[in-house]
Design a protein around this ligand. Structure first.
Ligand code: F6P
Length: 340
């Protein structure tokens, strides 16, 4: 068979391991041929293709980013299913593997609903996709954030300051929850749980009163109980969604003013998505890449690979899309027992 691959949406450490896993298994075990599309759905609709033989994927399993490039492009704004069909025919492709998050896989689902041979691999550092216990990229992001917080704690301790660390997480607080727990944060603020300034100040003061330099972890999508929407001052992205970031900088002076504790904010931003994937993410991504070839072999269009426990499963797109995998209240409350 001839198979196309694209990576779409925000990048995540492990994308190259997916590509390598799929190409190696597909070529060595099944004699398939692969073509990569550059820059996500944009490259697909523009027919911007590159050969993906064994040689092109050598040594990429431990590298960050994606050798194919990515973009936040909606194929339905670039010719839709008829154009995709045309490009698949032009390259004599029997299947398309789309590696992406919620938005990219929703487009993959729509294409497969319209009769195109599309399968998916779930990807997002936010870990907010339903249907899979983990997405690759999340473990790496949590590791980077945790290391940054360990560093913030030593400088915070030296100056007896309150340190605010802002992490990614547009709709969900998984990165904040895991990195905050790992770093022993005194408060973790997530989009799923509106929190009052009074509650936050109580945690900060209580840590400070015990002689600690308070560490506050906040997800970019966090909303104070006095706010209507997540903090955004950088316009809209390609899908018309507000670009987030800056809530940490907003909270720091409020904390300092109310408590008298000198406070500094650090926004980790895209550092969490860059660089080499963790060993866990390399293994998960490689397994996803190898397993998605089985979906293609079985013509399981409209499905994606997923991790359930320790095993790779096949999940229908409709099971994974529609609602996000948010942090359950009980997970947050368990972590909150250690705040302050
Ligand atoms: O979806 C992953 C994510 O990293 C979000 O956490 C964040 O809000 C967004 O992407 C940032 O997108 P961009 O790379 O377009 O700035």
């Amino acid at each position: 068979m001839r198979i196309g691959i694209l990576t779409s949406g925000g990048d995540a450490p492990g994308l190259n391991a997916v590509i390598r896993g799929a190409v190696l298994k597909g070529t060595r075990v099944h004699g398939h041929e692969f073509v990569g599309f550059r820059g996500g759905y944009k490259g697909l609709c523009d027919s911007d293709a590159m050969p993906l033989a064994r040689n092109e994927v050598k040594g990429i399993g431990n590298t960050g980013g994606t050798i194919l490039g990515t973009s936040r492009t909606n194929p339905f704004e670039h010719g839709g299913a008829p154009r995709v069909r045309e490009v698949l025919d032009e390259h004599r492709l029997d299947a398309l593997i789309a590696v992406g998050g919620e938005g990219s896989l929703a487009a993959a689902k729509e294409l497969s609903d319209l009769g195109l041979p599309v399968v998916g691999v779930p990807k997002t550092v936010d870990n907010d996709l339903n249907g899979t216990d983990f997405t690759f990229g999340f473990d790496t992001a949590v590791g980077i954030a945790t290391e940054a917080m360990d560093r913030l704690r030593t400088t915070g301790d030296s100056h007896s300051r309150c340190m605010v660390a802002e992490v990614m997480g547009r709709h969900v607080g998984w990165i904040a929850l895991h990195s905050g727990m790992a770093a022993g944060a005194h408060a973790i603020l997530i989009p799923e749980r509106k929190t009052s300034m009074d509650e936050l100040l109580h945690w900060v003061r209580s840590a400070h009163d015990r002689g600690r330099a308070p560490l506050v972890v906040v997800a970019e999508g966090f909303v104070l109980d006095t706010m209507d929407d997540a903090h955004s001052e950088r316009g809209l992205d390609a899908f018309g969604r507000p670009r987030l970031g800056g809530i940490g900088e907003k909270l720091a002076p409020l904390i300092e003013e109310a408590t008298g504790i000198e406070t500094r904010a650090t926004t980790l931003g895209h550092i969490q998505r860059g660089g080499t994937p963790s060993a866990f993410d390399r293994v998960l991504a490689t397994r996803f890449g190898m397993s998605v070839v089985d979906l293609v072999n079985a013509h399981q269009w409209g499905h994606m690979v997923a991790l359930r426990g320790t095993e790779i499963h096949t999940v229908n797109f409709s099971e994974a899309l529609g609602a996000l995998k948010t942090v359950p209240a009980e997970r947050y409350e368990a972590a909150a027992m250690l705040f302050g």
